[in-house]
Design a protein around this ligand. Sequence first.
Ligand code: 13P
Length: 249
Amino acid sequence: MRSMVAGNWKMNGTRQDATELVTAIAAQEDFQCDVLICPPFVFMQQVSSLIENSHIKLGAQNVDWHIQGAFTGEISVSMVREFGCRYVLTGHSERRTLFDESDDVVATKFKAVIDAGLTPILCVGETLSQRQASETHEVINRQISAVLDHVSSDEFSRGIIAYEPLWAIGTGKTATPDLAAGVHAGIRQFVAEVDCELAENMRILYGGSVNGSNADELMAMEDINGVLVGGASLKSKEFIAICKAAGAN
Ligand code: 13P
């Protein structure tokens, strides 16, 4: 399966940072992997122009699930689609914890993204205390089931899953390749209970303190089909190193 590297800039950077970063990445040869950038909404037009004619794809960090209407401050799927955005992160842990997005809301957003013909990247993962209580698989299976309750398996198959353990996000504590691969295998097994073929073809990314030094060993694992990168996606050298590692796996 072709690897994917997705950069989630979160709420960082200036217009100038965005231009410099994207220009540096787009100037590289094709990385032989799928490269995705998810900038803040206000930089989307700018990033979209800079990646025109390049191998880089554009994603959104979030969307509202309503089609349109009186939802002050929200952005719809069709709006981001107009800028060439083809992917949307759904259920990032920061959305779940800081903005109270429930499993149900995440599932509704996943469905809205599918309905608009875009690819949702469903983020799942456990907290440190849930891991210590051996609840990792239970938590993740619940997060996935909530989406499966809302969409058909065919619709689910058009999405991507990103395993992002909360204790590894922005902490510098990456999951070991073995630990991450074990969880990915568990996710695949859980999805296989719904549909074997779907599980086999499902892309599962790992996220949490991925950088230019650890990306290679993570993506060398069979069940890790790419990475979702936060902090290191803001540094062109790091991000390019990760993309090269992805291309080599
Ligand atoms: P870091 O790479 O900064 O740990 O963030 C991971 C993440 O949340 C990507 O969505």
